[in-house]
Every structure is written in C-alpha cells, then in structure tokens.
Design a protein around this ligand. Structure first.
Ligand code: PLP
Length: 385
C-alpha cells in the first residue's frame, strides 16, 4: 500500500495498543477519560438542540453564545479575553493540531515535554517541524528545568508546548515555573502552546494558567475532561484576534465548523451548575490518595504524589523495560500504559489512570502488588519498599 511518508512514519499511540489487548476481566487503569457521564443538564440540552433543529452547519469560529461564555470563563486568568479571541474546536486534539499546523513548518524546532502527552510529537512532525524534547524528571517532581530549556533554544526554535496539569506525570506547574517559562519564551520570541485540559482537576494548589503572561500564545482547552464528555469531541482555543483569524482558516478546511448540537450541550455545561465538576474532583482526589498510598508499599515502585489530572506515574526498579512491565501487569490482570509511550524519559515508569472506581483501583493495586512480589521473588532488581 502506498501512503505518504507523513503518515507512514507516525506510530500508533502506545495507549491505544494496550487498550486493544485488554480482556473483559482486566482492570482498566490505562485510559485517560473520566468514568462519569456528562452532567444531566448538558445531556438534556443536547437532546433539546436536536429537537430544536440545530442540526446544520454553523460558524467555523463556533457558536457566538458559547464563545462569549468561554471568554467569560477565561477572565479568571486574563480579564481582556473577548469572543474574538476564541475559536471553538472539535476537541483539544484538533485544537493542538490546528495550532501546530498554523504556527510551525519545515526548519522550525519545537520544544516538547518528555515524558509528554502522545499527540505533541506527531503533531509537530506533521507540521514539518522538528520536535526537541525537554526533560520532566522524576527527581525534579516532573517540572521543567530552566538551564536545560535555555540550552535547547537556538535560532531555529519557534515554539514550546507545555502541559499543566500534566498527562502522564500529574505534575502541576507552580507560579514561578509558569513565570520562568513565560520569560524564556518572551525573551526568545517563542510561541507557547499551553495544553490546559486538566485545569479543573487540581488537588493542592490552584491551577495557574499561561494566559496573561505571554506575548505569543495559544491556549488550548477542552470539554472532554471537565464535563466527562470525551465522546462529544468539543474543545476551544484562545489567542490574539489576528492569530485566531489565521488559525480558523485551517479549521475551516479541516472541519468546516464544530458540531452544532454539541455546542449547545457544552454551553449548558459551562453556564449551568458546576457541582458535578467539584464532585468528580473530590472522587479523583480520594482515588489518587488510594493509589499513592498503595504504591508506597508495593515492592519496587516509587511514586511522586500527583497534584493534578488523574494519573499516577511511578517508576519501578525492576530490570525490564516499561513495555515488558506493562505486559507483566496485563498478564496479572491490570491494564496500564508503559511510560515509554510518552517519550524516552518515560522509560522505567508506568502510567496508572485512576479514572476507575475506588473498588477497582484497590483490586488493581492488589494485582500490581502480586506481580511486583512475584518479580521480586524471581530476583528482579528492586530496591525500595
Ligand atoms: C494532556 C491532554 N491534552 C489533550 C487531550 C485530548 O483531549 P480531547 O478529548 O479534547 O481531544 C488529552 C486527552 O487525553 C490529554 O490528556
């Protein structure tokens, strides 16, 4: 089969591979989506939109009322955001792709996190640019380091992609980290793409946004995680009016417009009661505490306490690749994601998603313990308790 090199050289995501191998008795700690349903008022608004005849093409930029409500939401971080700064997208996935296509091209280098979410590298490559990884090290609580970032910037560097709260590490960037990255980007004339899809899932410190501190910036967010509507595929981005106008051209030729009924549902979710968002976060907090507490006593595993999103990213000291470890865990009845799916520095780590019931998480962690004890018994190298 003859396909373009552009596609041929893109790998299937490691997250999907494990998912496809799961059997029905496996405990799923592999997937990055809330195990809740969208708020009932959003479901009702979706049905009503269908009945009211909102089944046609709409504006490429998105529904006016939704863009106004989104601008209003972003005032918590930057008070001059207006509707003209907002583009509604078909998910953060499409938003990130549009941002990369609109900003990068051959000859550009783009800094991406390692480990980092699986989209960034292919999106940069598909734009013809070269991804250059910056480290998020376990020993540094998975935060970027100024010296390294500085050393990676050269005249070809055009942008940096940042993600806080982070998938897969669960790290949340504190204020001084946001400031450091923003200053570096402003000084070196880099555009920042900030992926902030987990902004409502933070446990200790408040979410701090890159909005407001940057000269060149594309802010990307989504309804997927906040309102548990991953299957509805809706997101948004914010940037300068000029950039939004440019990016919307790419959107027009890819999607024509975001889906109409989904936008009414998202509007209801955004402007209606937010109790479910808070309840979901408290459930995630409880599960996070359970995972971290269990992992702290499983031989060979060490976990930095995640402060956001719904992932734990422990490292392990057994002498095997993260792929082999994920296979061992799968044989033991737990689906996880090998750290290497997120970049070379993810090697030696496993990502557990705790978007599953507390009962399943506890059962899953018991299975992880059994696998670890067996590996330890086989003489696999292992140093901690
Ligand atoms: C960090 C991050 N960004 C973006 C996305 C994509 O979200 P969406 O469902 O809006 O495409 C995900 C989904 O897992 C994610 O974890």
């Amino acid at each position: 089969m003859r396909v373009a090199n552009r596609v041929k050289h893109i790998e299937l995501s490691g997250i999907r591979k494990m998912f496809e191998m799961a059997d029905k008795d496996s405990i799923m700690l592999g997937l990055g989506e809330p195990d809740f349903q969208p708020p009932q008022h959003a479901i009702d608004a979706f049905k009503k939109a269908l009945d009211d005849g909102h089944n046609k093409y709409g504006s490429t930029m998105g529904l006016v009322e939704l863009r106004e409500a989104l601008a209003e939401r972003l005032h918590r971080w930057r008070d001059d955001v207006e509707m003209k700064n907002i583009l509604v997208t078909v998910s953060a996935t499409e938003g990130l792709m549009t941002a990369c296509q609109g900003l990068f091209e051959g000859g550009h280098e783009v800094l991406i996190p390692d480990p980092g979410f699986v989209l960034y590298e292919p999106h940069v490559r598909l734009a013809g640019a070269k991804p250059v990884r910056y480290s998020l090290r376990h020993e540094n609580d998975f935060l970027p380091e100024q010296e390294e970032l500085q050393s990676l910037i050269n005249p070809s560097t055009r942008g940096i992609i940042v993600n806080s709260p982070s998938n897969p590490t669960g790290a949340v960037f504190p204020e001084d980290e946001i400031r450091m990255i923003s200053d570096l980007a402003n000084d070196s004339h880099l555009v920042v793409i900030s992926d902030e899809v987990y902004d409502e899932v933070v446990y200790e410190q408040p979410h701090r946004s890159f909005l407001g501190t940057l000269e060149e910036h594309v802010y990307v967010n989504s309804f997927s995680k906040t309102y548990a509507m991953t299957g509805w595929r809706l997101g948004y981005m914010a940037a300068s009016e000029e950039l939004i106008r440019e990016l919307s051209k790419f959107s027009y030729y890819t999607i024509a417009c975001p889906p109409s009924p989904t936008q009414y549902a998202a509007l209801a979710a955004l402007t209606g009661p937010q109790d479910q968002v808070r309840e979901m976060k408290e459930k995630f907090r409880e599960r996070r505490n359970a995972v971290v507490s269990e992992l702290s006593s499983i031989p060979g595993f060490t976990c930095v306490k995640p402060e956001g999103a719904f992932y734990a990213f422990p490292n392990f000291s057994f002498d095997m690749s993260s792929n082999s470890m994920a296979m061992e865990l799968m044989k033991g009845g737990v689906i996880s994601t090998p750290g290497s799916a997120f970049g070379p520095l993810g090697e030696g780590h496993i990502r557990f998603s705790y978007a599953n019931s507390l009962e399943n998480i506890q059962k899953g962690m018991e299975r992880v313990r059994m696998v670890a004890e067996r590996l330890e018994g086989l003489g696999g190298e292992c140093s901690n308790g």
